[in-house]
Design a protein around this ligand. Structure first.
Ligand SMILES: [Zn+2]
Length: 283
């Protein structure tokens, strides 16, 4: 069920399918600095007679629980498909349970608008609504950014985005700026996970769309519009955790984007799974 763990899953040309998803390594400090930090904290704590070993001292990210609610903010629709072919970008240690975003806090995103084609914002809105409807995950727009896409993007950028996990970056780009878009690849997406209480959670991610290619499709009439919507939806599905499938009737098939432009049975079942993960109050 789980898909390849190597970055660069089959990445066909855009005519035969959108881009290869990529994932970032879990951001964590090396063992040595953490150990030193623990020792220092213990020594200082004893010396000062206070407890300095609060969990957040060892946390590589922002303070825990930002916007986290006790219950999911949304849920997959009643009667959603529960079977059909789907796979996950990444699974927990059991090899079965998907890594997902906490459904109990919104997924913030920013858009780097340089090179955005006319109609690109509407395209994003349509695709985000599809993913939200199918998964129950809630997206919140934080406006625009000048941050360029970067496959090694830091998941925590307090100077740029404040004391929280960086919002998802959605960037319109070109192969010149983003080598992952070279060849005929139209998009690339993935999320960064961190471990909390033995469970991995996505905390932020990146979606890079090839602006000129999408512009060409949008200028191509209703069929091109449908294909473009399918490509952006496919990439956003990668963002929230879905991998590729071989069934050509699913949107997550990497080579069927000209004929399959909407979320099908297995796609919907998979999105319901990644939208039904546990909350992450300690993250
Ligand atoms: Zn893909």
């Amino acid at each position: 069920m789980s898909e390849g763990t190597s970055p660069g899953v089959d990445e066909p040309v855009w005519l035969s399918g959108p881009a290869a998803p990529h994932r970032w390594r879990t951001p964590r400090r090396s063992r040595l600095p953490v150990s030193l930090l623990v020792v220092l904290a213990v020594v200082l704590g004893s010396w000062l007679g206070v407890r300095l070993l609060a969990p957040e001292l060892l946390h590589p990210g922002p303070p825990a629980g930002y916007e986290e609610q006790p219950l999911p903010l949304g849920e997959p629709p009643l009667g959603h498909p529960t079977d059909g072919p789907y796979s996950f970008m990444q699974t927990q240690a059991d090899g079965v349970t998907p890594v997902a975003y906490s459904p109990c806090r919104p997924i913030h995103y920013v858009v780097r608008p340089d090179g955005e084609p006319a109609g690109g914002d509407g395209l994003l809105a349509t695709a985000l609504a599809r993913i939200s409807q199918a998964s129950g995950l809630q997206f919140v727009a934080d406006g625009t950014t000048e941050e360029p896409p970067n496959k090694d993007r830091a998941p925590y950028q307090p100077q740029r985005y404040g004391n929280r996990w960086a919002p998802v970056l959605i960037a319109w780009s070109t192969p010149a700026e983003t080598p992952e878009l070279s060849g005929d690849v139209a998009g690339n997406a993935g999320s960064a996970s961190v471990v909390s209480g033995g469970t991995s959670f996505y905390v932020t991610g990146e979606v890079v769309l090839r602006g000129p290619t999408i512009a060409q499709l949008l200028a191509d009439g209703p069929n091109g519009q449908a294909v473009a919507e399918g490509i952006v939806t496919h990439e956003l599905a990668h963002l929230v955790g879905l991998g590729h499938v071989s069934d050509p009737g699913e949107l997550m098939n990497p080579t069927a984007q000209l004929t399959q432009t909407y979320l099908a049975h297995g796609d919907l079942a998979g999105l319901a799974r990644v939208g039904s993960g546990p909350c992450a109050p300690r993250l």
